[in-house]
Ligand binder design. Structure first.
Ligand SMILES: Nc1nc2c(ncn2[C@@H]2O[C@H](COP(=O)(O)OP(=O)(O)OP(=O)(O)O)[C@@H](O)[C@H]2O)c(=O)[nH]1
Ligand SMILES: [Mg+2]
Length: 614
């Protein structure tokens, strides 16, 4: 093995031979370097006028000879360090500084990011002689390295084997004392905004990072730091500036992080450049969301949809060289929901996409048939839509007594569930509606995912009423409403009658809740109600609202007639008169009992009309 790495342009054949001879050197593990290796490196530097380095393995062999320019050395991509190999690479870099400078920031970043055993720089005098040596190794802490020297070459006395054994012990004791490591690693979140384009970028960054943190938490990633940078313009190659990237790399080592999560979407080239330079796993916002979907999709349909979206996203990234596939594709753990490992070739991936699309079409047909059947049965459909974590599933559960997973995580629901809502308890006799839960929306929903999840909104397309649920306690609730409205329009669902449901009223001060409701009623086009999805009785006004919207359709779902509808109601209505604050959930049932009977009477009359005409 005599390949020369780095900047080889313009090297004379003689210089190349001098460089190649460096491969013959051996350096025992008891020493940092040998006079012979120093001599060879210095000779090659004098001949080329450039920095020359050797990556020496603990076995004593020179594994790589690298040539740079007068000011720096670009180390070859020697691949990711695998966990099994321990904390360090087992390679030390010994190189020349032709201008006699101390260890540079580049040297230290290389040391840290590549987990080299050591980096040593030989300072050359203008005469071309080696004047001194300076070296650094990794340490736990901040900064994550220790520099030693410069000192005369004759004074260096490092037993590399001993030093590395000590360091490895020190690092492993440290990671042993750390609380249980998150299963999908430790991440640094990075947000970059364009100062010229968004002057209010810092405030937006905060809102956006809060959401990213929740996404990371949902994905099972432990967040150890967040970094926000405002720039005059986004760096086309690394997004952040090169200097900032170096800071991030050092920070990652210091905090033992292995993932960088960018709060924006990266081009394949950017993701690749950052991953190569940092030697960290690089994930963008879309991949993080895809990853969550991959973990959470349950039904067959959902799983196929997610796999399709992941493959499509990966395929865009497979265009580049195949070498860093595992770093670029898939999510945090290279996770896919289906049978496929995500690290597959381009051709296989394309075949799989076709196959998945076919299967999904079949499933869509079956769904379509089911839906037709239901429509024939004439039960009105009410779909619950809204931003992720708004409380849609909780509302469905509470209203129907169903048991749909509701969690304080984003995208708890990935498969749409429908349940029959019987409203006898609220005074509507045998009437029923189908209540459908949907996937939560999120700002900048990844395009592929949006396409894939269109299907889950097929059900919603048939809805007679949409309940747009909003977490009224979220500081960004207006942003959430806007995002949801926009996506509803994109899904062509904006024509369906809508009720805006302000949820989580229990988390608001009653006085604020009232003011919020009043304000919303004055500026929202849609009807607004306020509920607390965790408390069934607060959903009464919502049911009334649904009843008003459904009118004629509503009665068709009543199986029984007039008497049936009215009979058991009063006993089932177990709502205690409002305590302070709960009158928020003002209900005509509660406010005057008389109107309940009026309503029931009206409902009964309509029922009769329907049964006569059918
Ligand atoms: N305090 C309070 N918490 C609520 C209320 N409604 C829902 N939550 C909580 O909010 C979290 C999210 O609820 P989900 O029902 O899973 O929300 P979702 O809209 O279905 O979320 P996705 O399926 O992720 O889109 C859960 O921890 C619920 O317990 C409420 O009225 N009050
Ligand atoms: Mg849900």
């Amino acid at each position: 093995m005599t390949e020369i790495y780095g900047n080889k342009t313009g090297l004379s054949p003689a210089a190349v031979r001098t460089l190649e001879r460096i491969y013959r050197r051996r350096v025992p593990i008891e020493h940092l370097t040998t006079p012979e290796l120093v001599r060879s490196l210095v000779d090659a530097s004098v001949e080329t006028g450039r920095q020359v380095g050797a990556l020496v393995h603990r076995s004593g062999q020179v594994d790589y000879v690298v040539v740079g320019d007068a000011g720096k050395l670009m180390l070859p991509d020697i691949g990711r360090l695998r966990a099994a190999e321990g904390r360090f690479r087992g390679l030390r870099l010994i190189h020349t500084h032709v201008r006699g400078e101390a260890l540079s920031r580049d040297d230290l970043v290389d040391l840290v990011r590549m987990r080299l055993d050591l980096v040593a720089a030989i300072q050359m005098a203008p005469s071309g002689d080696p004047r001194s040596i300076m070296y650094a190794h990794n340490v736990p802490g901040n900064p994550p390295y220790r520099e030693i020297g410069p000192m005369p070459l004759s004074k260096v006395d490092v037993h590399v084997g001993q030093l590395m054994a000590d360091l490895e012990r020190e690092f492993s004791t440290l990671s042993g004392t750390r609380a249980v490591r998150a299963k999908d690693g430790r991440a640094i979140l990075v947000h970059v905004f364009d100062k010229s384009r968004s002057p209010g970028g810092a405030g937006m960054a905060e809102v956006s990072m809060r959401e990213l943190r929740e996404l990371a938490y949902t994905a099972g990633v432990e967040v150890v730091d967040s970094i926000v940078q405002g720039r005059e313009h986004i760096d086309p190659k690394f997004v952040v500036g090169r200097g900032k990237l170096d800071d991030i790399i050092l920070r990652a080592v210091e905090l033992d992080a292995d993932v960088l999560v960018f709060d924006r979407n990266l081009t394949p080239a950017q993701a690749s450049a950052i991953a190569k330079t940092s030697d960290l796993k690089v994930i963008d916002r879309t991949q993080l969301i895809l990853d969550i979907f991959a973990q959470r999709a349950e039904g067959r349909d959902g799983k196929l949809q997610v796999e399709l979206a992941q493959l499509k996203y990966s395929l865009q990234r497979l265009g580049q060289k195949d070498d860093s596939l595992s770093r670029l594709t898939g999510g945090i753990g290279g996770r896919g929901p289906g049978e496929t490992k995500l690290e597959i070739g381009r051709r296989r991936a394309k075949e799989r996409v076709t196959h998945l699309e076919h299967q999904l079409k079949q499933l869509a047909k079956q769904r379509e048939q089911r839906r037709r059947k239901r429509t024939r049965e004439g039960i009105p459909i009410v779909a619950i839509v809204g931003y992720t974590n708004a409380g849609k599933s909780t509302l469905l559960n509470t209203m129907t007594g169903a048991d749909v997973l509701a969690e304080d995580k984003l995208f708890a629901t990935l498969d749409t569930r429908s349940r029959i809502l019987k409203v006898g308890w609220a005074g509507y006799g045998d009437r029923e509606v189908v209540l459908t839960d949907t996937v939560g929306f999120i700002r900048d929903l990844p395009k592929d995912l949006f396409a894939a999840f269109r299907a889950t909104f097929e059900e919603a397309a048939d809805a007679d009423v949409l309940l747009h649920v909003v977490d009224a306690s979220d500081p960004d609730k207006e942003g959430h409403i806007q995002t949801t409205e926009n996506l509803l329009a994109e899904l062509d669902l904006d024509g369906i009658p809508r009720i805006l449901v302000y949820n989580k009223a229990d988390l608001l001060e009653p006085i604020n809740a009232k003011a919020m409701l009043r304000a919303a009623r004055s500026h929202e086009e849609a009807e607004v109600v306020m509920v607390s999805a965790t408390q069934r009785e607060t959903t009464l006004p919502l049911i009334e609202s649904i009843a008003r919207k459904l009118e004629g359709r509503w009665d068709a779902s009543a199986k029984g007639g007039w008497a049936n509808a009215a009979a058991p109601v009063s006993e089932e209505l177990e709502v205690s008169p409002a305590e302070d604050g709960t009158e928020l959930f003002e209900s005509s049932h509660l406010s005057h009992q008389g109107s309940l009977h009026e309503m029931l009477a009206a409902a009964g009359k309509r029922t009769r009309r329907v049964s006569v005409s059918s």
